[in-house]
Design a protein around this ligand. Structure first.
Ligand code: COA
Ligand code: AMP
Length: 630
């Protein structure tokens, strides 16, 4: 069957399509039906099945005789370490950790926050939670204590599992003091913390609260896999929305297993036993779906890479990892390739390595610019597949189904809708737009298995953010078009979310931080185009009347404040003090116009603008930092 037949077979019988896909998963009790629409427009999948994620990701491969197969390859150019963990070893390590968590009271449904860098123990912590039916929430290491505190208060974890430190090139990230600070700030207090002590920095353990990762496992009974309902939350992953309060995306267990397993062959074109590598971080959705769960559920070998595309030690690192570990399919963000291209434009570093094992490169997380795609294709000699998805969906909305049929690539398009997704382009009133015309991208409900059923503790926000603008559809927050051949094009976000180096960030969240500066009366943060990171945040602040301190100093304080409150990952380094912000007559800040000015693009003067002269002031301010070139 080709792509069209597969897509049509889903369209004709969605229930049958997903029930068949569910056969590839081990169930304690098989679900009697795929979709549960009793509570539409909220949908659930495989609600009455009983299943366990860890069993499917680990134990079943050992039971099937593949215990010797490598499950995880840890490759850390930062610490100069490499080691392999087989499926049998992984089962024992995870069962022991889960046993220790259970001995301290962790049960099905309890939340556990995981705050760890790219070490195999991060995956083991996730899997140990899954083994017990506990709901994990992994927090990315580049966030500040305040962001961690917000997540602690929302998820209300019984326990936190953290590492003593993370390692960025040339800098130790002191996780433990960040964790202690976050617990101090949060109103909710976890009962205990498990600390994985890394040799690069051993952290102080708080008496009565913190236990050592190894010591607390001593003498405990390993835990078996606990069956959970198909609609039981597997995890919560917080992502940026329009405001500073992150959205807790829920992933339900049954659909997650079925959908991810389906994608491994049909999209990523790997067979069990093949090595699959996603160079991302466990703190992001790509890390959840394609460093941890997807490859392991499907019986692949996954790589936990602790390093950067450049500088650890050079622009040849990716090629080394691919050739040394025999990687078949490789997934990363376009920004990583832009970094390599900038450092090694001719691909000289590639000459030292044989990467003929590789079949394809997959890019996602942000817009893949044509230059980067063409460059990657040329130097690597493999197809480059852009694919589009979101934290909310957990897997590809539009992609190239290479394992079914490799469709011709149209550069600039992540290709076509995957089974499960009926993608439509809508105008403001919710009418379908003709082929080739721009509009909001929406997906007809229900969304497929593996996508979010709701937001944690925030059903109203879920309905408002995704289901209200276009009744009967899921609003993606992206704008774009579909051409005559059904190829999807993603152009821009329709909200205040920006994408910096493949990291999803909220400009609204940054504005909340700037507004808290005592000298700031008003502010706006926009995302300007950046050659390396795709977008970069730039903040504009207007000062409170009577403040006559040096503008440079205030700008520096603003930069420091965002780093302290949100974290280094915000990459917020540009703050400008201006007299006024451009607004409509009704007082709405014209952020989109400011972005056009910064990027040196043509724009139409907004009809409702209050005072056009302010735009010249903004242009001048941007020119002072090298933007807004004619
Ligand atoms: N823990 C702590 N800090 C982190 C971090 C982590 N896990 N990840 C990033 N940071 C810090 C960086 O050290 C940097 O700090 P600095 O301001 O002190 O230099 C800051 O956050 C910004 O990071 P980033 O935007 O990633 O920039 P960079 O200059 O460190 O690296 C790239 C640039 C392009 C090499 C890097 O962004 C990259 O590899 N991107 C791949 C994107 C990716 O994997 N995205 C995931 C979604 S698929
Ligand atoms: P995240 O939830 O962090 O994965 O970010 C999701 C957002 O990143 C999407 O809504 C898009 O705005 C953007 N994005 C992800 N993949 C792509 C892609 N292939 N092309 C364009 N934008 C993308």
């Amino acid at each position: 069957m080709g792509y069209k037949e597969v897509y049509d077979s889903w369209k004709q019988d969605p229930e049958g399509f997903w029930m068949q896909a569910a056969d590839a998963i081990d169930w304690f009790e098989k679900p009697t039906r795929a979709l549960n629409d009793d509570n539409a427009p909220l949908y659930e999948w495989f609600s009455d099945g009983m299943v366990n994620t860890c069993w499917n990701a680990v134990d079943r491969h050992v039971e099937a005789g593949h215990g010797d197969r490598t499950a995880i390859i840890y490759d850390s150019p930062i610490t100069d370490t490499k080691h392999k963990i087989s499926y049998a070893e992984l089962r024992d390590r995870v069962a022991s950790l889960a046993g220790a968590l259970r001995a301290k009271g962790i049960e099905k449904g309890d939340r556990v926050i995981i705050y760890m860098p790219m070490v195999p123990e991060a995956l083991e912590a996730m899997l140990a939670c899954a083994r017990l039916g506990a709901v994990h929430s992994v927090v990315f290491g580049g966030f500040a204590a305040n962001e961690l505190a917000v997540r602690i208060d929302d998820a209300q974890p019984k326990a936190i599992i953290a590492a003593s430190c993370g390692l960025e090139p040339g800098r130790v990230v002191h996780y433990k003091p960040l964790l202690d600070g976050a617990i101090d700030q949060a109103s909710h207090k976890p009962e205990f913390c498990v600390i994985f002590q890394r040799e690069q920095e051993v952290a102080h353990l708080e008496d009565g609260r913190d236990v050592d990762w190894h010591a607390f496992q001593y003498g405990v009974e390993p835990a078996e896999c606990v069956p959970v309902e198909g609609n039981h939350p597997a995890y919560i992953l917080y992502t940026s929305g329009t405001t500073g309060a992150p959205k807790g995306v829920i992933r339900a267990t049954g659909g997650h297993l079925v959908a991810l397993n389906w994608t491994m062959k049909n999209i990523y074109n790997v067979d069990p036993g093949d090595v699959f590598w996603a160079a991302s971080d466990v703190g992001w959705v790509v890390g959840h779906s394609y460093i941890c769960y997807g490859p392991l559920i499907h019986g692949n070998t996954t790589i936990v890479f602790e390093g950067k595309p450049v500088g650890t030690p050079d622009a040849g690192t990716f090629w080394r990892v691919i050739s040394e570990h025999n990687v078949r399919s490789f997934f990363t963000a376009p920004t990583a390739f832009r970094a390599i291209k900038r450092e090694d434009p001719k691909g000289e570093c590639l000459k030292d390595y044989d990467i003929s094992c590789l079949r394809a490169l997959y890019l996602a997380g942000e817009r893949a610019d044509p230059d980067t795609i063409e460059w990657a294709q040329k130097i690597m000699g493999v197809p480059v597949y852009d694919h589009w998805w979101q934290t909310e969906t957990g897997w590809t909305i539009a992609g190239n189904p290479a394992g079914v049929e490799a469709l011709p690539v149209k550069i600039g398009s992540p290709t076509v809708a995957m089974p499960g997704y009926d993608i439509q382009i809508l105008d403001e009133a919710g009418h379908q737009m003709p082929a080739g015309e721009l509009g909001a991208i929406a997906v007809k409900l229900p969304l497929p298995p593996g996508t979010l059923p709701n937001l944690w503790n925030a059903e109203d926000r879920f309905r408002k953010s995704y289901l209200t603008t276009f009744p009967g559809y899921y609003e993606t927050g992206d704008a774009g078009m579909i051409d005559e051949d059904g190829y999807v094009y993603i152009m821009a976000r329709t909200d205040d979310v920006i994408n910096v180096a493949g990291h999803r960030l909220s400009t609204g969240g940054m504005e909340e931080v700037l507004a808290a500066h005592p000298d700031v009366a008003e502010c706006a943060v926009i995302g300007v185009t950046d050659e390396l990171k795709g977008q970069l945040p730039v903040g504009f602040v207007c000062l409170t009347k009577g403040v006559d301190r040096a503008h440079d100093e205030i700008a520096k304080e603003c930069v420091k404040l965002v780093r302290e409150k949100i974290g280094p990952v915000a990459a917020f380094k540009l703050a400008l003090v201006v007299d006024r912000l451009p607004k409509t007559r009704s007082g709405k800040i014209l952020r989109a116009t400011m972005v056009k000015i910064a990027d040196g693009e043509e724009f139409k003067m907004p009809a409702t603008i209050d005072d056009p002269a302010i735009l010249d002031e903004i242009r001048e301010a941007l020119q002072s930092i090298g933007y807004a070139k004619a």
